[in-house]
Every structure is written in structure tokens, then in C-alpha cells.
Write a protein that binds this ligand. Sequence first.
Ligand SMILES: [Zn+2]
Length: 471
Amino acid sequence: MFKIYNTLTGKVEEFVPHREGKVSMYTCGPTVYHYAHIGNLRSYICEDVLEKSLRYVGYDVKRVMNITDVGHLSSDADTGEDKMLKGARREHKSVMEIADYYTKAFFGDCAALNIKTPDVVEPATNCIPEFIKMIEGLLEKGYAYKAGENIYFDTSKLSEYYVFGNQNEDELKVGVRDDVEEDTNKRNKNDFVLWFTRSKFEKQALKWNSPWGVGYPGWHIECSCIGMKHLGEYMDIHCGGVDNIFPHHTNEIAQSESFIGHKWCNYWFHVHHLNDRSGKMSKSKGNILTVTVLKEQGYNPLAYRFFCLQSHYRKPLEFSYDALDNAVSAYDKLRKSALRLTEGEQGSVDEAAVREYKDKFIAAISNDVNTSSALTVVYEVIKADISNSTKVELLKSFDYVLGLDLLKPEEEKEESIDEELKAYVEEMIAKRAEAKKAKDFALADSIRDELASKGIVIKDTREGVVWEKTK
Ligand SMILES: [Zn+2]
């Protein structure tokens, strides 16, 4: 029996999918206007473990994620500046360039953290016709209205709007605390925009024709439509961070269930915040700690994954470098012990022991994705009085869920971490070749010196430029 905590009921429940053996799962994707910070990535790590746990116990999972490249304003409650525009202005690029760059950066971070890419990844800008169709349906059914040239969802039409009943009003208000401007078009305080035609931003880059005029969609409509487009009218698990509960997920449920006329998603899975000593880590506070920053500081991103797995997703996790350093030494020790098992006498695989420890591991992950218990099973296996081949088989199997590269030799790992360095050096070599071609030898030399200062030595050979890292 697989059990997960369901934010809708406030209880740990037995997971029963809509169709036997199959799981439809949805994850709110990133707003691609900036790098994801490691607090955002904690959610994606925990959701990755949930997906892999479900697959491990035998479910056939289809997972969908959106990419928010339009419609997400600075506050989750339809106010403030458009996040994508803000990113574009900051970097003197177009909105689409920003979206493309940060989408790639996001998946680069995911790869470094062994987070599997969902089966379907859909940018919001791909789905404008679907958004329009749902908004038309909501207008027809009387759940939406036009005011001040925008289309709003009318929350007063619902018998119950605050469906996440275990949240108290004060907590709910947190989502709208940035709300500085009162939108006087709204009939009710919690009504939200489905389609904007009157943009507050003159330079709104992305606009589409709609039955209500040229404009762009609100943020919440994205996830409802993209979810339904790929998973149909019934969704088993919807994931996100706790800060998505209100207003985002509350609004997703309001519009989806009004549109389809029945319950939409049965289980809501929310990952808690990563805090630093001053509170929740967030981009607006300016303290953006990214995977790239961690790498530059010499941390293996998988040590951060390990750090996250040591605690439960439903508890806030406090980040500090001391805590991360502790995780690094525990992780290195664990990997060394695991790798040592592949050396020396292997013995034969003890099938009974494999069954016994797999059952223990499954019990841990099936208990509301208890990753710290799952890690305890890993340590038990390493210490157990069973053959090395049995241990290796078990660790390989568990690592499918944990994603810690427990049995990957160090060299290979270095290789994958250095992908970024490789790309950088190759780019510099290409620039140097161009400079030489243009007879700008001073520039060519300065590029060579810059590489040398980073410990990269390049040599011109008959076969082209070769390079090596010397420190
Ligand atoms: Zn969403």
C-alpha cells in the first residue's frame, strides 16, 4: 500500500489512482525569467523521488510539467510586474530569448541533480487555443465575467473556494501579501484574471488574438489546461511547493472543476520551503543560491540532493553551509563504502536477502515518501552480513529512486560535472580562432592567458587546438 499526505484532506492517505496501475501526475514548472534557486529545486527533487517511488513499486506513471513563459506577474495574485518582462529588461534580451535561456538552465540544473525530465514538458505559449477554449467555457457556464477589458473568474459562484481547508486564513493571505494595488474590476477579493487584454505594461511582448481582444493569459489557467490537454479530465497527483497552495492551486481547482463539472485531482502533494537563517529563500529577497553557485564553490550538486533526502519533504528544511558540509561528508563516506563493495570477493546473490531489503525500502518510500528511512535501509544493507554482490544489486536498485550515483566511479562523475567547463573552453577556443583569423593577436593572446589563469592550457596542433586542465 502506497501512502501519501494529501493537502486536500490534511491526512496521510492510501493512494488509489483513478485507473488501476496507472498514475497521472502534474508538476507546476518553473517561471523561466531567472535561474531556479536551490529552494525551488528542493521541490523538484522531492517530486522526482515521488515519481520514481511510484514507478519503483510498479505504477505506470505519466508526468506532465508546464513551463511558465507568459502570464506570471510578480505577485501570484495578478499584481505587480510581469516576471518575464522583468527578466528581459534586466538582461536586455527579448522575452523569448530569456525563456529559452532559463529553460535550458533549469533542465541543466535538473540533470546535475539527477532529476528526470517529465514525460511531457509544455511551454504555456504553446497552448493559447486551449486557454481560450477553457475561458470561453467558463464564460458560457457563468463562472467568469468581463470587466475593464479583462476576463475574471468569479469566485462567488463556488460553494467552496478555500478547498485546502487545513490552511488557516492567515496562512492563505501570505500568497497575496505583495498585493499593493487594488484591482477595482474584481467583483470579489479573490477573483482572478483568466485573460488580460488591458495590460499594465505597455511593452508586453507576447500577445495573442482572442474573442475578447488582443491580450495574454493569466498564470493559473496554464496548469489547468496543460494538465487536461495531456492527462484528461482526471488527475491523480498534482505537485508543487507549499507556496503554490494559495492562490495558485486554489485557483486551478476553482476553474478546472467549474469547467469540467466534477472533481479534478484527488491528491495534492506539496513540498515545504528551504529556509536560511533569515527565513524562506526567495528570489525577491535577492539571495539566489543556484546549482551553478554551489558548483563554483566546489560542491557536488548530488550532495545537495542527499542533503534534501535526509529530511522529510513535509518539513521546512534549514539551509546553512555547515549543514551542507555535514551532508557532503556523509555523502562522500556513503559513496566510498558503496564503491568498496564492487571490489574484492563478490560472492553470489542471495535472493532472499534481496527480497527482504527491497521490502524494507519499499515500506519506507511507500510511507509518505520517507526518504530518511529509505537512506537508513541503504546503511543497513552496507553493514549487513550478506555477499557483496547482493549488496551491490540492492544499492543499484535503490539508487533508481534515490538518484545519488552511489556506484558511479569518481572519474565519471567529474566528467559530467565538467560539461559546463568543456562548453566554456570550447567557446573560448572558437573566439580565439576568430580573433586570429581577424589578425587580432592581442585578443587571441588575452583569451589564451585567461584560460591559463583558470588552469587550462591550450596547444595548437596540426589536428586543431587541444586543451588540458592542469589544476
Ligand atoms: Zn501550476
